[in-house]
Every structure is written in C-alpha cells, then in structure tokens.
Ligand binder design. Structure first.
Ligand SMILES: [Zn+2]
Ligand SMILES: [Zn+2]
Ligand SMILES: [Zn+2]
Length: 321
C-alpha cells in the first residue's frame, strides 16, 4: 500500500469520516482544546469553538449539529446551568422583576410591619414616619420605641397599597422588551460537550494528527510511513502510527489521547523488539507527573503540546540531538 493509500484509508476510518466532524477535530488538534464550552453573552448561548470552525452556520444549525454528535455518541453533554430565555425573540438578555399580585404594578417595596399597641393599628413602618418621629396614621398618637411591636416583614404595593407575603415574579427581555411570566418563559439548558472515549480513540488514531505531523517530518527530509508495520528481532510484526527514517535514524511514534501507563508500556514492548533511535508517544493532552515518570523509566518519550505543528518541530529537534 502506498503512503497516499494508507492516508486515505485513515481518513475513511470510523466516525472521523464525517467531513464536519473532521473539521471540528482539526480545530481541536490545532488549539489543543477538546471540550466544547458554552459562552453566555448578553444575547445568547454560543459555542465559540464551533462558530470559528463553521462561521456560516446559524445558532440553530450549530445546536442541531451538536445534538447529532450526541445522538451518534461522539460527544457527551454536561448540564452546566439553566437560563431564562425570552419566549418571543429567544434572547437570554432577560431581567427579573417583582410585581404586586393584585394590580401587577412593579412599584412595590419591602416593608417592616409594625403594630401600634394602644390602638391596634398595623401598617408598614414607613407610614408611621413623620420627620424624625413615628406617628400613628390612625389615632395620630406619637409612637415611641416601646409603643409598637414588629409583626414581621412583607411586601407592600405603592400603587394599590395592598400587602402581601411574596411578590409575583415577571421577566422582561432587554432585546424586544417583551414581559413574560415563568409560565411563558423558555428555560434553556446550558451544555458543555466533551469527547466520548470512542471519539478520543478515533481522534488519536485519525488522520488529522498523523497528517499534520507527517508533513513537517517530510519537510525536514524524513521518509515517513503512516501505520507502518515493522518486523522485530523476535520476528513479531509491530504497527506504528508514524515511522520516520532519515539516514541511520529511525523514529517511531504512536498516538494516544491521554498518555496512559498501558500505552507507554505497550510502546516499550515494541521498542524493545525493534530498537529504534527514538520512541515517541504523542498525546493530545498533557502528561501527568506519574505518566512522565513511567515514560522515563521505559525510555519512551511523551510529546504533548497545544499544537501539532510544534510537535512536528519538536520531533525534528529531537532527531538533531
Ligand atoms: Zn394608633
Ligand atoms: Zn398593587
Ligand atoms: Zn425578547
């Protein structure tokens, strides 16, 4: 099989075949970001990673795309929050207000309710206030600290003067100025998406990282084979994602999403049998301290970086040492 044939077969491999998913993965690899995070601004919930990949897609097309990827088990949604959205224009730029349950006025306030002990009149403390003393609105008597007791706090309407325990809540849209209650409001989930294990495997084994690293190696004079089989001292056949030869140097590399210990040890077994100059495990996410230690012990170098261009260059630099 020629290099081109191998590469095209890689491209057709699994779910990465979907061209849109391929573009998304390309972007993820370029940026080293593998979570699709929502951004809530004054107008809407958006996904900047997706709008950068598909600038022509509308908000609802992006939502449809994400739903499809979730249905196909490529992404896992995680509920971060729920927000109130205008039922008329779908803006998330909404504020809440308290209203009088009787006349619907928004001009209501919290009131401390007191009772004038002598005449039994109860009302909001505000209505007793006359300059710097308290005067009972009913009997007109001056009320001192000991003449009243506090009943509690409640809300009071400045329009119809009614008192109530709890106000009615309404929402107003900053964009279209529609006013609506919780009954009419849309209550939308804010979701973050991460890759399923299956997608991580597909991504690590897909053509995106392979092609971007292979190009840089070829530009530096390496003869590169993708998904190459090499025969070891034992006679066993070992497959590497990348095999790069230049002169007497042989660099072998496998891709993985996270540099797990089992990947490091698996690669060590191949390295032992093949004896390459450099053995690399290229990870899409950074290695932990433990993983670094394991890789040192086994003589397998872990490369992980935000961008795959820099990984290609790192390999070239390693080969020069
Ligand atoms: Zn009174
Ligand atoms: Zn009222
Ligand atoms: Zn609106």
């Amino acid at each position: 099989m020629s290099k081109q044939e191998v590469e095209s077969q890689v491209a057709q491999d699994g779910t990465a075949n979907a061209p849109e998913m391929q573009s998304l993965m390309q972007k993820m690899v370029e940026q080293g970001v593998y979570t699709i995070t929502p951004k809530i601004d004054t107008m809407k919930i958006s996904y900047p990673l997706l709008t950068s990949v598909f600038p022509e897609k509308s908000e609802s097309e992006i939502k449809y795309f994400l739903d499809k990827l979730v249905a196909n088990k490529m992404l896992i949604p995680k509920l971060l929050d729920k927000i109130i959205v205008c039922p008329t224009c779908k803006s998330s730029s909404v504020y809440s207000k308290y209203n009088c349950p009787r006349c619907s006025s928004f001009d209501i306030g919290k009131a401390s309710i007191i009772e004038h002990v002598r005449c039994g009149y109860t009302g909001s403390k505000e209505r007793f206030v006359r300059e710097d003393s308290l005067v009972c609105p009913k009997c007109k008597g001056v009320v001192s600290e000991v003449d009243y007791r506090t009943i509690g706090t409640s809300f009071e309407c400045n329009s119809c003067r009614s008192r109530f325990e709890a106000p009615r809540m309404s929402h107003k849209c900053y964009s279209c100025e529609d006013v609506f209650t919780y009954r009419e409001a849309r209550y939308e989930p804010v979701l973050e998406y991460s890759l399923t294990e299956e997608t991580k495997r597909t991504l690590a084994k897909g053509s995106v990282p392979l092609a971007s690293v292979a190009k840089i190696l070829r530009d530096s004079g390496f003869d590169v084979s993708l998904r190459a089989d090499l025969i070891g001292k034992s006679g066993a056949v070992h497959t590497f994602d990348i095999c790069a030869r230049r002169g007497t140097q042989l660099i072998v590399a496998n891709f993985t999403f996270e540099p797990k210990e089992e990947d490091i040890i698996g690669l060590f077994a191949k390295k032992y049998d093949i004896d390459p100059t450099i053995t690399l495990l290229i990870a899409l996410t950074p290695a932990s301290k433990e993983q670094e230690a394991v890789s040192k012990a086994y003589g397998v170098k872990i490369l992980s970086s935000g961008s795959f261009d820099s990984i290609g260059e790192e390999i070239v630099q390693l080969a020069q040492k």
